[in-house]
Structure formats: structure tokens, C-alpha cells
Design a protein around this ligand. Structure first.
Ligand SMILES: NC(=O)C1=CN([C@@H]2O[C@H](COP(=O)(O)OP(=O)(O)OC[C@H]3O[C@@H](n4cnc5c(N)ncnc54)[C@H](OP(=O)(O)O)[C@@H]3O)[C@@H](O)[C@H]2O)C=CC1
Ligand SMILES: CC(=O)N[C@@H](CCC(=O)OP(=O)(O)O)C(=O)O
Length: 344
């Protein structure tokens, strides 16, 4: 199968090239940005002699004529405009941006502060949280890849929300991300002098992933109320840790909760539930498509702590996008994604 990538000079696009260059079923047919003619390795010399394509401007006719799938790794507000060009064409779409994730268009306008895509376009997209929406993904033509923070948060919360074992208004998510999550466009907040040896909270109660998390949680369990979600920038390149707190509805033991998670993820190869008393760090999933989950129960307060770690560029973006493309094309979801985490 041939793939086109739009947004190849960004970090998400670069990670897609790294994964697809190694994929036995997909080949990189063309790479696109707003610029053209420059070999993509000029932007990313680590891809020298591995990805030999030159950047091209977006030409939807040519992409659809030559490719089986197009990945949008573009900032929000881009795919919502470009996607209509692909509407009548035979090509599958995987959108890594937030443009197609929120069914309520007013939410998109409020949280992203941008014009939403038309309702009929958004409705055509299937939400690609691979582990929990596999049947719909398998028949999807247009797929919306989850956000990085929602991926860690939702994989961490799914078993307890689906089984209704936590108090619906008790959920607090304390999340931290490496700097690559902010993309490659330079900004003052991500400069070395600002971030080195620092830890910053940002978008307090205003993060655009809040409605995405709440949309999926309430799809699973209508009783779930608004969540508290905070995001912090860590002075590392990659990685997200979501530390999630929720109060149990009734008394349980850590063994019971752990069994619930083990059962929920037993046939989901990219989610590794750690043994009781063992907690994942971001380094332990770096460069891989794993989401690792650790659990602890505070018997004094009745509060459960769930720790979910991912690599924001892999399970949080390109890795999950390729996992979803695998499912959409009917091949094993792990194909091309068997990366062992890099350590140290
Ligand atoms: N970074 C991460 O960890 C994650 C990112 N995402 C999402 O994935 C998307 C990409 O993120 P990221 O790679 O970090 O972003 P970057 O800012 O690093 O890259 C954005 C890319 O989009 C291209 N681009 C911008 N506008 C257009 C346009 N009109 N037409 C074609 N290409 C365009 C840019 O190319 P140029 O400027 O050269 O034209 C660049 O290649 C975003 O929506 C982001 O929210 C999702 C999960 C995690
Ligand atoms: C560290 C960092 O800055 N992360 C970004 C993630 C952006 C992103 O992935 O945005 P969408 O999924 O909404 O497109 C942020 O918090 O906004």
C-alpha cells in the first residue's frame, strides 16, 4: 500500500516517516507541506538515504490517484479545510490533528478557537482509540486519531469507567508531556533556557483535550461528570505520564482492581499492565507504541491512582495512526510497530 503524508516537516510527520520506512506493507509514496522541491532529509538528516522523497505541495488529485492512504500530520485548522478536496476520492484518511475528534462543533469552536469542519464531514470520521474501537476502525474510510494526552488518559481510565467502579465526579488527571508534544514550530515557551531544569503548568482548565476526554468517557458511561485535567511541560524530548486519581464507589482491594485491568487488556498487545507495586516511567515506553499502566489504591482515602505512560509521538500520534491504518487495511495491528522501547 502507498501512503502520502501531509505535514512531514513537523515532529508527527517525521515520526510517521520513521515508522513507515520500516513497515513491510506501507511504502512512503509522497511527502507534503506548504513548501516543495526540498529533499525531506534536508529537514531531517537522520532520514538521509532512508527517505529519498522531495517535499511536494498538496495536490489532492495526484495524492488520491497514487496512494491508498493519506496521513494528515498538520496543525489544527488545516485538515478541516483540505479534507473536502478528498471527499469524492477513493483514498483512506488518517487525521492526527484535533479537527475531526469532537462531534459537538461548538466544543471545537470553544476549545480550539477555530472554525470547525462541516458537521457532515466530522460525522464521517471514526474516533481511533485503537484498543477500544477496533470494530468501527476496521470499516472506517476516514479516521480521526486521538490526541496524545487523551490516549494516555483514556487507556488508563477505560476499565474503571466501563465497569462503573469509580465515583463519576471524582476524576482528576494530572498529566505531563515532553516538549516534542508542542511541535517543531519555535516558541519562547519551549526554548532550552525556558525549559531546561524547569517544569511548567500550562493551559490550566483550558486545555483543548478536555472535551475529547469527556466525550469518550461519557460515551462509555453517561454518568461521568466533568473531569479536572492539568497539563505540564517536562524538560525532556518525548513522553507523557498521566497520573489519574479517582475515588472508588465501593470498597475493593488492589488485587481486584488489578485483575480488572489485566482482563481488560489481556488481548491488547500495546497495553502493558504492570504487576502490583510496579510503576511505569516515560523512558520505559520511549520510541515504542506501548502504553504502560501502573495501579495503586490508597486504603485510607479510598482513592485509586492510575499511572499511564506513552511516547507522545508514538502511541500518542504516529504509532497509533499506523496501528489504526493497519486495522483499516485488515492487517495485523502490530505490523511495523514492534519497536522495543529505547533505554536509557
Ligand atoms: N507532537 C505530538 O506529540 C502530537 C501531535 N499531534 C497533532 O499532530 C499534528 C502535527 O503535530 P506536530 O508534528 O507536532 O506539528 P508541527 O508544528 O511540528 O508540524 C506541522 C506540520 O504541518 C505542516 N503544515 C502546516 N500547515 C500546512 C498546510 N496548510 N498544508 C500542508 N502542510 C502544512 C508544517 O509544514 P510547513 O510549515 O513546512 O509547511 C509541518 O510539517 C497536530 O495537529 C498536532 O496537534 C497529535 C498528537 C501528538
Ligand atoms: C506539550 C504540548 O504542548 N502539547 C500540545 C499537544 C497538542 C496536540 O496534540 O494538539 P491536538 O491533539 O489538539 O491537535 C498541547 O498541550 O497543546
Amino acid at each position: 500500500m502507498k501512503a502520502a503524508i501531509i505535514g512531514t516537516t513537523g515532529y508527527g510527520g517525521a515520526e510517521l516517516m520513521r515508522v513507515l520506512a520500516n513497515h513491510p506493507e506501507f511504502s512512503i509514496h509522497s511527502v507534503h507541506t506548504t513548501r516543495d522541491e526540498v529533499p525531506v532529509w534536508n529537514e531531517y538528516p537522520h532520514l538521509y538515504s532512508i527517505v529519498e522523497n522531495k517535499l511536494e505541495k498538496v495536490d489532492s488529485e495526484a495524492i488520491a490517484a497514487n496512494c491508498d492512504v493519506v496521513f494528515f500530520a498538520t496543525p489544527s485548522g488545516v485538515s478541516s479545510k483540505l479534507i473536502s478536496e478528498f471527499a469524492d476520492k477513493q483514498i483512506k484518511i488518517v487525521d492526527l490533528s484535533g479537527d475531526m475528534r469532537l462531534r459537538n462543533l461548538d466544543d471545537y469552536q470553544t476549545w480550539y478557537k477555530k472554525q470547525p469542519a462541516p458537521k457532515e464531514v466530522v460525522n464521517k470520521f471514526v474516533y481511533g482509540l485503537s484498543e477500544w474501537n477496533k470494530e468501527n476502525i476496521a470499516t472506517a474510510d476516514w479516521l480521526s486519531n486521538p490526541g496524545c494526552y487523551p490516549t494516555a488518559t483514556l487507556l488508563g481510565l477505560a476499565p474503571v469507567i466501563k465497569e462503573d467502579i469509580v465515583k463519576p465526579d471524582s476524576i482528576i488527571i494530572d498529566a505531563k508531556s515532553g516538549i516534542s508534544g508542542a511541535g517543531r514550530t519555535p516558541s519562547r515557551g519551549t526554548m532550552l533556557a525556558e525549559m531546561n531544569e524547569n517544569l511548567k503548568i500550562y493551559k490550566v482548565n483550558e486545555h483543548q483535550h478536555i472535551p475529547e476526554i469527556e466525550q469518550q468517557l461519557t460515551d462509555w458511561n453517561a454518568s461521568i461528570g466533568p473531569v479536572t485535567f492539568s497539563t505540564h511541560l517536562l524538560p525532556v524530548n518525548r513522553g507523557i505520564m498521566a497520573t489519574i486519581y479517582a475515588s472508588l464507589q465501593k470498597e475493593s482491594t488492589i488485587e481486584q482492581v488489578h485483575t480488572l485491568f489485566m482482563d481488560a487488556y489481556k488481548d491488547k498487545p500495546f497495553v502493558r499492565v504492570r504487576p502490583i507495586g510496579n510503576f511505569p516511567s516515560i523512558k520505559e515506553v520511549s520510541g515504542s507504541n506501548y502504553c504502560d499502566i501502573g495501579l495503586q489504591l490508597d486504603e485510607r482515602t479510598g482513592r485509586l491512582t492510575i499511572i499511564a505512560t506513552i511516547d507522545n509521538l508514538m502511541k500518542g500520534a504516529a504509532g497509533q495512526a499506523v496501528q489504526n491504518a493497519n486495522i483499516m487495511f485488515g492487517i495485523d495491528e502490530c505490523t511495523g510497530l514492534n519497536f522495543v522501547p529505547m533505554y536509557p
